[in-house]
Each structure stands twice: as C-alpha cells, then as structure tokens.
Design a binder for this molecule. Sequence first.
Ligand SMILES: [Zn+2]
Length: 124
Amino acid sequence: MKCPYCMKESKFVSSKEFYGKDYGSNLYVCDPCNAYIGTHKNSDKPLGTMAKYQLRELRKRAHSLFDPLWKSRKMSRSKAYRWLQKVMNLSSEEAHIGLFDENQCRKIIRILEARYRKEKRVRA
Ligand SMILES: [Zn+2]
C-alpha cells in the first residue's frame, strides 16, 4: 500500500512490532509521515486509507458518534450505513469512515451532532 501523503511504499508490520503489544492485527505504516492504518484482524486487508494524526482523531470522533446509531439497536447496522450513504451522498463502497478525508469527517460529525441535539429536544 502506498502512503497517500508521500506516495512512497508503506511498511507492513504486526501490531506487536508497532505497539509492542499483540492486538491480533497488522498495520500499514509510513514512518516519515507518521501515517498508518490497521487491518482486519490478522489479514493484510486495510480498514481504510492511511491517516495522519489529525485525520485519525477525526475518524475516531466520527465513529464514536456514528456507531451508537446501530449499537444502541435503534436501527440495524445496514440501515445505519444506508443512512450514512444518503447524508454523505456516497456509494455503499465509499460510505466507510475509514475511507473519509478530513472534510468528510467534519461533515458527518456536524450532521450527527445536530441529529443528537434534535433527538434530545424531542425527548425533553
Ligand atoms: Zn508517507
């Protein structure tokens, strides 16, 4: 996998090598850019695109707001992802937070925060 920031080939390392602890997964890493992405379990399949600190933090925030939609069982996971596609105007292949850039993360964070504010008002 090529680093999207410097376009050089990334390193493929185990979580044990990277974190000093085995999380049962691997990572694609670019040291000069401090960019990385984890893989699905112990595979070489990346969870998204490689990200630097700022983008990693935005994706974390987006996930922490998005995941409760389906984890709370208010809607199914597939329905939540269909909703994500619709509000972000993306295909099912594109509608994954691991693929989002910073602007897309900021957009979904805004939409989800507004949604939760509205839900709170309805309940109050
Ligand atoms: Zn790089």
